[in-house]
Design a binder for this molecule. Structure first.
Ligand SMILES: [Zn+2]
Length: 310
């Protein structure tokens, strides 16, 4: 959801003991479509986990990468899409080199003063080199840009041309975001209905509405109804918002008929334990049948990412 530089306030809260249930080891494979990597500077004063209030014992990019890779493997995650906004993508290079079978590297695109838009020619050459596997998180909401802002047009055009899965941040941000890290952030720029112009202009775009559009339920349903190519990940809302609210939202998307287009994501930022917390958010949804959980944890993403086998 947010870069490490952002102040993230505590939201609310579950018993840490409840999360331990998400740490079971023997489970079917999972795809996590939403993870973040950080450089060394980000760990000077790492933010505490907003749910547990515990600061991560991580002091470097390497610490964070190793702890995250260990958590991914512990939870049987077989693919993880990891984004980072370093330039020229050196952090992502190291993650990819450390676990090439597990990590899908994807450039982070924002357009804020802290994270300027990447050079499009640089991106083209890196995609041509063959080691980047998708595009996103596009978190332009933090930079004050609507999805259909002309500054973002070259990135969507590139994604459509190269047939890349693209993830766009929608919906929520940490409380107080415009007063802190990101003065150009606006709630209204995260409304999924603003993606419609992009979908009209790029009908072949393989789009993931990140964070499931929460709390814009009606607009998310409207977009997913009319544009059957659109998927939605459940990242961050599956562990950071109140569990009952998440389950109500998930149940509404299921009832609307989108169970084959919902994707598991953790939005693991600086807290590797969030991966287990996010899994628990899905596992604890009693209204989901086992097959529906399999769709969310693996099958839907395997189809969306064209991994084959489903
Ligand atoms: Zn996000």
């Amino acid at each position: 959801m947010a870069s490490s530089r952002r102040s993230i306030l505590s939201l609310l809260l579950f018993s840490p003991a409840a999360f331990a249930r998400g740490n079971s080891s023997a489970r079917a494979p999972i795809i996590d479509v939403h993870l973040h990597a950080y450089d060394d500077d980000s760990f000077a004063r790492p933010n505490p986990n907003p749910v547990t209030g515990i600061a991560p014992p991580l002091r470097s990019e390497a610490d964070h990468m190793q702890a995250t890779l260990a958590a991914l493997r512990r939870h049987s995650i077989v693919k993880g899409l990891v984004s980072n906004d370093s330039c020229p993508l050196d952090v992502l290079c190291r993650w990819r080199a450390a676990a090439p079978d597990l990590i899908v590297a994807t450039p982070h695109i924002e357009g804020s003063s802290a994270s300027p838009l990447p050079d499009i020619d640089m991106l083209v050459s890196e995609y041509q080199a063959g080691w980047l596997g998708a595009m996103g998180e596009i978190s332009a909401q933090y930079g004050g840009l609507a999805p259909d802002d002309p500054k973002l047009a070259p990135y969507f055009a590139l994604a459509e041309k190269l047939d890349l899965a693209v993830g766009v941040h929608t919906g929520l941000g940490p409380p107080g975001t415009p007063y802190g890290c990101c003065p150009d952030f606006r709630v209204t720029l995260g409304n999924p209905k603003l993606l419609e112009g992009v979908l009209i202009r790029h009908p072949k775009l393989r789009l993931n509405i990140m964070h499931g559009g929460w709390p814009y339920l009606q607009e998310t349903k409207a977009i997913m109804n009319v544009y059957p190519q659109v998927h939605a990940d459940l990242s961050v809302i599956d562990w950071i918002i109140p569990r009952e609210e998440f389950h109500d939202y998930l149940r509404a998307l299921m009832r609307a008929g989108f169970g084959k287009r919902l994707l598991f994501g953790s939005d693991q930022m600086m807290w590797p334990e969030a991966i287990g917390m996010a899994i628990e958010g899905i596992e604890s949804a009693r209204f989901l049948a086992p097959g529906q959980k399999r769709d969310i944890f693996y099958d839907n993403a395997a189809r969306f990412l064209r991994l084959g086998g489903v």
